[in-house]
Write a protein of this length. Structure first.
Length: 159
């Protein structure tokens, strides 16, 4: 089974949405359903990836960083979307962190990088804004020798 993981920003500029969707979809095109998609289901890139992966017939593995992860979803619609995607997951990996900390987020990203065959990174190329951010996980995956596909367009700034 081919495993594709994701790391990415929570806030994707509107002008990039179509580009990001197309690039994620392209990663799953032509697969026969024997693909596992790994995501922490965070708002933004993670949820978009999970939704597209499921639509393409992939099995979703939800990598949950901590016991209180849901408390980080302050928007009720985003929490509902998280719960919906988690329900549709074939597997759930819950890491042994009681609280959502930078260390828990890093561990979830590292788990995805360790487990996947290819990592998609919805990433502006800038350093992480905190431990476990997209830049940290891209660096970690590259150090492992994992193929990393960066999805972004030059000249687009993140808020």
């Amino acid at each position: 089974m081919k495993r594709i993981g994701v790391t990415g920003h929570r806030d994707i500029p509107q002008e990039l949405h179509a580009h990001v969707r197309a690039a994620i979809r392209a990663a799953f095109d032509g697969r026969d359903g024997s693909t596992e998609a790994l995501s922490s289901l965070a708002t933004g890139a993670d949820q978009l990836f999970a939704d597209i992966a499921l639509g393409c017939g992939a099995e979703l593995t939800a990598v949950i960083p901590s016991d209180d992860y849901e408390q980080g979803f302050t928007d009720p619609a985003e929490l509902a979307r998280y719960r919906e995607l988690k329900e549709r997951a074939t597997r759930e990996i819950r890491l042994a962190f009681p609280h959502s900390t930078d260390e828990a987020y890093y561990a979830a990203g590292a788990y995805i990088a360790d487990t996947c065959d290819r990592l998609l990174a919805v990433w502006d190329g800038r350093p992480a804004r905190g431990l476990g951010g997209t830049g940290d996980i891209v660096r970690y995956a590259r150090e492992l020798g994992k193929p990393v596909t960066v999805i972004w367009r030059a000249g687009v700034e993140r808020a």
